[in-house]
Design a protein around this ligand. Structure first.
Ligand SMILES: [Zn+2]
Length: 271
């Protein structure tokens, strides 16, 4: 890890990304290294993940710059209990009068535990009390869209992914935001096994085409060249395909994540 990585991760200037629209009903309102997605419906908007610390105001400014009224945000779907995804919830809660904050029970538990453990450290953060608890297979419907919860334990035990519709012109695709990608919070072989099972489950959802998932709107842009895709989309000519509609790329990423996890499992088992 470069010595200045911690500083880079926490410097708003270095992390700023102007909000952009990968799909007609979606705005990217995150920063460079961690995502926040704003999905619009005809009955309000859904925010996926909340950023943290130095980026809480960035998120609020980014949402405003998309022309979205904070009062129109109806749900905040959170992927898991790590600070970079839920650290902004305590700031957002009083600003979003009509929003329900959503996570798995495991996600709420790990977030509260992690926030409590951070007290007295230089990067202390607060977590809101649990609001709505979701479980695998639950669907949250807002307007014409529906958000399906797919529990994908592994990155943390409480990690969830969300599957929802994205629109590009006349075409509608199913997108997934995979809740956790890294193996940085692994506490033993059982957790890696769960991670592999989750990766396989997501792969079957994509491969079997039973959910028709063609798009990955990631929680961390560096995991699948999101910034490159942003630039390609900005230069997209009329009639050209949307580079983010890429089921083969998603399957390749899943294969990569799985391979890494299998290696890690061998290490964890001491093989
Ligand atoms: Zn995480």
């Amino acid at each position: 890890m470069p010595p200045d990585l911690g500083q880079w991760l926490n410097t708003p200037g270095a992390q700023y990304v102007e909000p952009w629209s990968p799909f007609d009903n979606v705005d990217y309102v995150g920063v460079c290294w961690v995502s926040a997605w704003l999905v619009h419906t005809d009955e309000g908007s859904v925010l996926i993940d909340t950023l943290y610390g130095p980026f809480r105001q960035t998120l609020i400014d980014n949402i405003a710059s998309t022309g979205t009224d904070l009062a129109d945000i109806r749900y905040v779907l959170m992927t898991h209990g790590h600070f970079d995804h839920v650290g902004g919830a305590a700031t957002l809660e009083p600003l979003l009068p009509n929003a329900t904050f959503v996570m798995t029970q495991g996600g709420w538990d790990e977030a509260l535990e992690s926030a409590a453990a951070s007290q007295g450290t230089p990067r202390a953060w607060e977590m809101i009390e649990p609001d709505m608890v979701v479980a695998d297979g639950d669907e949250i419907t807002l307007g014409e869209n529906s958000f399906t919860v797919v529990e994908t334990p592994g990155h943390t035990w409480g990690t969830a992914s969300y599957v929802y519709d994205v629109r590009d012109g006349d075409d509608t695709y199913r997108a997934i935001t995979i809740g956790g990608l890294g193996l940085n919070a692994i506490e033993g072989p059982t957790q890696v096994e769960a991670y592999i099972e989750s990766v396989d489950r997501v792969r079957s959802l994509v491969e079997m085409r039973n959910m028709g998932i063609d798009v990955h709107l990631t929680t961390h842009g560096f995991s699948n060249n999101l910034d490159e895709d942003r630039q390609l989309l900005a230069a997209r000519a009329p009639g050209e395909p949307n580079v983010l509609v890429d089921p083969e790329g998603l399957l390749a990423q899943i294969e990569y994540l799985r391979g890494r996890a299998v290696e890690r499992l061998e290490q964890e088992r001491g093989e």
